[in-house]
Ligand binder design. Structure first.
Ligand code: ZN
Length: 362
């Protein structure tokens, strides 16, 4: 068996990701079991809950934990993966080895599966969901290990992002006695990115009339066109925001009981817990509260270096947005900005921010 070629192939032939081939990955382990570098411990829990702003005392106070029905302090369920993470140094070492080229010897089940999917054009990836179930709480003293198995690879599904396969990985967490502690299922979609409608039309026109100058011009226009931006996850809570954006309006969620504004959108008011809300339109004026300039990792739908800022609107709420119309080196905290509703494609309009024009004229 020869290793399939890596990378996207616009006209794969013949297809490698056949249903039988994909099904053969189900049940295959992904690498050897991983042992957590440290036992579950109170200092790491304390740092975690403080960073998360989680004030539930069952994570740090023995008496409170017993009062809540536990035998003692428990680790937050959301820390499950943290106990088996390989850490910064090992991650950097893995990056260094990857940069040296493909490893010698057999490739693991993931690499093999993703090579097949890459070959057939399913080159994009998005994490779709993660489910955890617990046999018992994780407690200080536990030494966790995890084994990962490719549980299912779906038949090809049509999704809003494009056609693709859902790949579910099951991670079984055990303690130092080999007893089950928790199971996590992590699902991704490997999909074939949809070309923008205009680019498809231009490509078809180019194919039909390649000899004509007009077609050549269109083809040139198609070349270098960026893939579509990733789609936001639209929920019943945030749909108004994106719908407003399509109408060129930057909206902020407002509690109908107490009037407090909040962003990002969520179901309940953090002040009065009311579930009733509407929205107000922002002036679009604000200031850079904080920012980063992204260089890596690069996603083909974006231009780099990419300045991304937390904008504090004059209404008081903050949002994360791209900065446009400014050199990355000129961005600074406190810089006055105004919103620009940028239509990226037929479906997606997003607020971006540019430096505010100086007021007063002179
Ligand atoms: Zn309220």
């Amino acid at each position: 068996m020869t290793a399939p070629s890596l990378g996207p192939s616009p006209t794969p032939s013949p297809a490698l990701a056949t249903p039988e081939r994909l099904a053969s990955f189900e049940g295959r382990p992904v690498g050897p079991p991983t042992l957590g570098p440290d036992a579950v411990n109170q200092p790491m829990i304390r740092h975690w809950v403080e960073a998360m702003g989680d004030e539930n005392p069952v994570y740090v106070d023995e008496d409170a934990a017993r009062g809540a029905g536990f035998s003692g302090v428990v680790a937050p369920a959301t820390m499950l993966q943290a106990w088996v993470m390989r850490g910064y140094r090992a991650s950097m070492e893995a990056e260094r080895l990857r940069a040296q080229g493909p490893p010698e010897g057999p490739i693991d089940a993931y690499e093999e599966l993703f090579s097949l999917l890459d070959h057939d054009g399913f080159t994009s990836v998005v994490a779709t969901d993660c489910q955890q179930s617990y046999a018992r709480p994780v407690v200080p003293g536990d030494r966790l290990a995890v084994t990962s198995v490719i549980e299912t690879v779906s038949a090809m599904k049509r999704t809003a992002l494009g056609d693709g396969h859902f790949v579910t990985t099951r991670m079984d967490y055990t303690d130092q006695h080999g007893a089950e502690v928790a199971t996590m299922r992590f699902r991704i979609l490997r999909f074939r990115p949809r070309a923008p409608a205009a680019a498809e039309a231009a490509a078809e026109a180019a194919a039909e009339a390649a000899a004509t100058e007009a077609a050549a011009t269109e083809a040139a226009a198609t070349e270098g066109r960026r893939p579509l931006r990733p789609r936001p996850a639209i929920t019943q809570d945030n749909a108004f925001f994106f719908e407003g954006a399509r109408q060129g309006r930057l909206l902020i969620q407002r509690c109908r009981s107490c009037g407090v504004l909040r962003h990002p959108p969520r179901p309940a008011c953090p002040e009065c817990r009311s579930l009733e809300c509407d929205s107000v339109e922002s002036s679009g004026r604000g200031a850079v509260f904080s920012f980063v300039v992204v260089h890596h990792p690069q996603v083909p739908s974006f231009e780099y270096p990419l300045p991304v800022a937390v904008i504090e609107l004059e209404e008081g709420t903050r949002l994360v947005a791209d900065l446009v119309g400014v050199a990355p080196s000129d961005v600074h905290i406190g810089m006055a900005v105004v919103a620009d509703m940028v239509t990226l494609d037929d479906e997606l309009t997003l607020p971006m921010f540019r430096p505010a024009p100086r007021s007063g004229g002179a």
